[in-house]
Design a protein around this ligand. Structure first.
Ligand SMILES: Cc1ncc(COP(=O)(O)O)c(C=O)c1O
Length: 495
């Protein structure tokens, strides 16, 4: 940071505070108000502790920091899927395709895929169409049609630099000041509350029901809708995260159809965040698109006007390529003039990262049975899936042993969201420190064990209840044992 130096008449120089055009007071106040707990105070402290561990005499009671605060699989021990990286390597460096080495290093189907993609894209160093490469949009439409059993249109697909970027584009398009209301689940992934705050729109919470494995209660949601409309704001959309971050729950087909019916009745858009659609450990994933098409088929005319945005990403599932920023949004039933405006918005940033688009193509069109790369792909995919499932259960079993902790059976996504009953003395101590009680618990956990989780208050929770969210991506059980030991000591100290 440079400072202003004023030269006085006597030749000496006086340094004053630097003058800044943009200050905390003059900057966008909506951005200042936005919260994003996943990378909040705890995550910052975790980074400080990681730095401290590098010191020889660090005096910390642990030897590693475990980032269980963020669903970032390759920051743990998850390796990328080989076929995906082979194709990415070839599209990044097409000269390799011509080299003799390529035939020994890369299987024929990886070379073939890279050639097809390069033919369709040109260079990954060139801007693509703003909505995404047409060939890749067609691949995504084929995938959706196969998944749902209903046709999909490549013109409805918008590739994006991760689902986050699709969500922010959507919110910018939907929101028209504080009168715009969007219903968001509580608990929720804070991308939604943060982007609504930045847009100066109104987030209307609807509580998920912990007693039914964090399900949606249709009668209750209908009552929130009625109250919202009666309050005079314009209810424009509902966000549904399925499988859910942070709760790990999955919606049933009938829960999804009920939500779509409410959207049809009261005329608001459904934003279906389905980035965890392959992270299903119990039961089945039902897409909103499929449920909508079934309703349209079974009740002709009644659901024709429903507006749906559904999101998918290369960051989650067994792909776990968070850093590559791939994903897409499918828009159904949206007014063509609004779509033109949305198109203008995405074209202002030119196009999503083209290698992220390539990865999205690979995610939706992986090697098939009979292809040279299929056996390795299948083995890698299944290993990641089985490991995630085992880790989820290990953590779940550990939470069952912890006094005052209850946790719903993990069904999907990458997280557990247990309730913690905190002793009154711990709550008093948190209040004395001006911290939320669950934030206090999580900070003590981090300082004692190096395990970084996110307090439930960062996602929203029913008043008077306390939770924390942890991923189950970290390897081993040693960190789980540290959590168990900490919990016992914490209860003893504050009981
Ligand atoms: C529910 C949910 N939606 C969207 C995202 C953002 O994903 P992406 O990396 O695709 O932007 C996340 C990331 O954790 C998430 O949990």
């Amino acid at each position: 940071m440079s400072s202003n130096t004023h030269h006085l008449r006597n030749g000496t120089a006086k340094t004053t505070q630097p003058r800044k055009a943009i200050t905390l007071e003059t900057m966008n106040q909506h951005l200042r108000k936005a919260d994003y707990a996943v990378r909040g105070r705890l995550a910052i402290r975790a980074e400080e502790l990681r730095e401290k561990l590098k010191e020889q005499n660090h005096n910390l009671p642990f030897v590693e920091v475990v980032n269980a605060n963020i669903g970032n699989p390759q920051a743990m021990d998850q390796r990328p899927i080989t076929f995906f990286r082979q194709v990415l390597a070839l599209v990044q460096y097409p000269d390799l395709l011509e080299s003799e080495a390529a035939t020994t290093i890369f299987p024929a189907d990886a070379r073939e895929r890279a050639s097809v993609l390069l033919r369709e894209i040109g260079s990954v160093g060139a801007y693509s169409q703003s909505q995404g490469v047409p060939y890749i949009r067609q691949s995504i439409a084929d995938f959706i049609a196969q998944r749902d059993g209903f046709a999909a249109d490549p013109n409805d697909i918008y590739l994006a630099g991760g689902a986050s970027s699709a969500v922010t584009s959507l919110m910018t398009t939907i929101c028209n000041g504080p009168q715009t209301a969007v219903m968001i689940p509580v608990p929720q992934y804070p991308l939604y509350s943060a982007s609504l705050t930045i847009e100066n729109a109104t987030a209307v919470p609807y509580l998920l029901d912990e007693s039914t494995c964090w399900g949606t209660d249709t009668a209750y949601i209908a009552s929130v809708i009625r109250q919202t409309i009666a309050s005079g704001v314009n209810l424009k959309a509902i966000v549904v995260i399925n499988p859910c971050n942070p709760t790990g729950s999955c919606l049933t087909a009938s829960e999804i159809k009920d939500i779509i019916s409410l959207a049809a009745e009261h005329c608001f858009m459904v934003i279906a965040d389905e980035v965890y659609q392959t992270n299903i450990y119990e039961g089945e994933f039902f897409s909103f698109k499929r449920m909508l098409r079934e309703l349209q088929r079974d009740f002709p005319g009644k659901y024709d006007s429903v507006e749906l945005a559904s999101l998918h990403s290369t960051s989650k599932g067994m792909v776990g390529e968070c850093g590559q920023r791939g994903g897409y949004m499918e828009l159904i039933g949206v007014d063509p003039e609004v779509r033109e405006e949305l198109y203008k918005l995405v074209s202002i940033s030119l196009c999503p990262v083209v290698t992220g688009q390539v990865l999205t193509e690979l995610m939706v069109n992986p090697p098939k049975e009979g292809d040279e790369s299929y056996p390795l792909y299948k083995q890698e995919y299944d290993t990641i899936y089985t490991r995630l499932r085992e880790r989820a259960l290990t953590l779940f079993e550990a939470f069952k042993e912890m006094e005052g902790v209850t946790c719903q059976q993990p069904k999907g996504a990458m997280y557990l969201f247990p309730t913690i009953t905190l002793p009154p003395n711990a709550i008093k101590e948190a209040q004395r420190r001006n911290e939320e009680p669950d934030e206090f618990y999580c900070m003590q956990l981090l300082e004692s064990t190096g395990v970084c989780v996110v307090p439930g208050s960062g996602f929203g929770q029913k008043d008077g209840t306390f939770h924390f969210r942890t991923t189950f991506l970290a390897p081993g059980k040693e960190y789980v044992d540290r959590m168990l030991q900490f919990h016992k000591e914490f209860l003893k100290k504050f009981s």
